[in-house]
Design a protein. Structure first.
Length: 334
């Protein structure tokens, strides 16, 4: 006898939802995912009428599912129909750049035309005058051992601010899921870096999160990665075929397995970790609200809490600061 879905009681159950203990058919699983995303957006007012929402597309399944869902929810009026959606990708210019690895190019085109979403491609080379690979080579040549993911991360955060201004975005949506968020909390704990929680919450205060002056939203942050993958698979959303080789010595990679092990004994452990991070983020934001004094970076003029921003610090270490500064002056990037 086949087990029937605990929700509809009609179709065959195909998925065991560990967090609720329900056996669901795929149809009901997809509905719970769409409902959770809608609830997240409404509860935290992530998208309002007239918002211009940028969707950061890495080419991975999470960002493609995000674009699909936002398009679909807008079509059905579950998010305001007058919210504009503008998707964009950033080519980091290292051989394994996310967008290059992805076989998703055609799919992005299909989705953007189906849901009437504009799409733009940016490159580190255009924005900074240097690629992530140039930076890595500069650092490694000086014996500085920095992970490629850190380099890409610092530059991508800045790139999103520049793109946000250029496209006049009110918010930028990223595809972070529950697993990503739980990993971030654990990494902050493991590196004893409590200040980073100021950036973590679902709607972090802009006073504190000065590095990200275009607000970031994460509509998928209460969906488990596995559910995003199943949703992608059954909706014909391509999964990334080549893994970024740099991911293997990224500490997140190990944590993935640790969290999966913990989840076996405590099915809600990822939710608990993220909720803990959110509560801590609120406390930190309340404590420091209005106290963070913003300066302009001595070199590039971007806002920073110190005197030199992380981008200039990084490029200076790589011996590329002059190249970068002359590029942004010539291109009038600010
Ligand atoms: Zn069902
Ligand atoms: Zn700077």
């Amino acid at each position: 006898m086949v087990a029937l879905c605990d929700r509809c009681g009609v179709r065959e159950a195909q998925y065991f939802k560990v967090s609720s203990g329900e056996r669901l058919c795929l149809n009901c699983l997809f509905n719970t995912i769409e409902d959770t995303v809608t609830r997240t957006i409404r509860r935290y007012r992530l998208i309002g009428s007239g918002d211009r929402i940028g969707i950061a597309i890495s080419g991975g399944k999470d960002s493609l599912v995000l674009m699909y869902l936002l398009g679909k929810l807008r079509r059905h009026g579950r998010i305001p129909r007058d919210a504009e959606l503008i998707a964009f990708s950033i080519d980091e210019g290292q051989p394994y750049s996310c967008v290059r690895r992805s076989s998703a190019g055609d799919y992005i085109g299909k989705l953007t035309s189906e849901f009437n979403i504009e799409y733009k491609l940016f490159t580190f080379k255009d924005l900074f005058g240097v690629t992530a690979f140039d930076v890595a080579q500069g650092l490694w040549g000086k014996g500085v051992n920095m992970h490629m993911c850190t380099i890409c991360g610092v530059l991508r955060r800045r790139a999103m601010n520049i793109i946000g201004r250029r496209l006049n975005l009110s918010k930028i949506a990223t595809g972070h899921n529950l697993d990503d968020e739980a990993q971030t909390v654990m990494l902050n704990v493991m590196s004893n870096d409590i200040k980073r929680f100021a950036w973590f919450g679902i709607t972090p205060s802009n006073d504190v999160a000065e590095e990200e002056f275009i607000p970031r939203i994460k509509p998928l942050r209460f969906i488990r990665e596995e559910e995003v993958a199943i949703y992608a698979y059954y909706h014909g959303i391509p999964l990334m075929t080549i893994e970024c080789p740099f991911v293997y010595n990224n500490p997140r990679f190990e944590l993935k397995f640790t969290l999966a092990r913990w989840e076996r004994d405590n099915p809600n452990v990822k939710y608990s970790i993220v909720s803990f991070g959110d509560q801590l983020s609120r406390i930190i934001n309340d404590k420091f609200r209005g106290q963070v004094k913003l300066n302009k970076c001595t070199y590039c003029g971007f806002p920073t809490s110190g005197s030199v921003c992380r981008v200039c610090e990084l490029l200076n270490q790589a011996g590329l600061l002059d190249k970068y500064l002359s590029h942004i002056r010539a291109a009038n990037i600010h």
